[in-house]
Design a protein around this ligand. Sequence first.
Ligand SMILES: NC(=O)c1ccc[n+]([C@@H]2O[C@H](COP(=O)([O-])OP(=O)(O)OC[C@H]3O[C@@H](n4cnc5c(N)ncnc54)[C@H](OP(=O)(O)O)[C@@H]3O)[C@@H](O)[C@H]2O)c1
Length: 364
Amino acid sequence: MKKKIALLGSTGSIGTQTCDVVAHQSDKFEIIALACGHDSELFREQVRTFSPKYTYTADKPDGMKLSDLATLDEVDIVVIATPGHSPLEAAINASLTGKILALANKEALVSAGELINKNCKASGSVIHPIDSEHSAIWQCLAGEEEISRIILTASGGPFRKTPKEDLKKVTPEMALKHPSWQMGPKVTIDSSTLMNKGLEVIEAYRLFGTALDQIEVLVHPQSIIHSMVEFVDGAIKAQMGLPDMRLPIQYALSYPHRLANPILKSMNLKDLTTLEFEQPDTDKFPCLDLARKAARLGSTYPTALCAADEIAVQAFLDKKIEYLDIPVLINQGLEHNKPVQSLSAEIIRNTDIETKEYVAGLIK
Ligand SMILES: NC(=O)c1ccc[n+]([C@@H]2O[C@H](COP(=O)([O-])OP(=O)(O)OC[C@H]3O[C@@H](n4cnc5c(N)ncnc54)[C@H](OP(=O)(O)O)[C@@H]3O)[C@@H](O)[C@H]2O)c1
């Protein structure tokens, strides 16, 4: 029986690579629902190729919501690959249905991880991470229990070697040039500020149940080791591979099986001359510490972190603020936030809206 997939964010970087994987594994998987932001030629071409039963575009919703596609009875796997908080409701609702959540989006888990994990436990839903670092950790953890620390690797982004004082001159065009990965604009800017790594620390905390201080970040500019796990006896497992998101995407779809696929190239180890590691510079890139601060404070702070970041990154892309304003605005969003006793989907939604309005007001 083919596994039936709902693909949210089909025209983006993860979405198109998911289509590529499915097109090469058409005896195993079938896309029955496709969703994206705007009706475009690419989307229409995907509809012609995969003939999905259901389609959705955010600009012309046509009655159905994104969340409706994610919760369709006939869907086995929901690939969640829309940016920022856009799939929040879809992820929360899908986690109530017993389906597999193949999760590329980080913000939903960062903001609503407590709720999503609780829902998964009750419904039998499971999360299969697509993010390359979390897929790597997931692969390293197979059959293991006694973890001492998780080591998330980071490329360091395009400004790893840029002096701190030169960061004020960074333009969106400069920040959109990621050294290792081709990704959508939001995640690319987040990678350059290291907010992406901060979100990934919280994502790992939600996914793997370790303490926050057991999750370390190490800059590894070659992006060959996708992350590592150290165990209590000092052994370290690392998952390596060429920087190609189609591997973690396919693994999230095929788990626990591995599938041969001609589009996935083997890595020639003789080509690896150097594997470097260095500590991240959190003075130059304060977003990493802001994310840790939000995670430590818990409650609605991770939601406020994501909401403030989303507004700040868009304002930077729209050239309304400067690069160095991004962490300042995120910190102001966190300072403005108030904790609550217990989290619910409604509280998360309200925190998202309220923080976005507050940070947008600071920009005006
Ligand atoms: N790209 C990567 O290598 C990578 C790696 C790890 C994790 N991720 C995560 O995966 C997610 C997607 O990243 P990406 O790089 O693929 O982003 P992207 O290239 O910007 O693509 C985003 C996709 O989501 C659609 N979309 C945007 N807003 C939507 C909405 N409100 N409703 C429905 N669809 C909407 C877009 O459609 P339109 O184009 O029509 O607007 C597009 O199809 C992000 O959360 C990112 O952090 C990405």
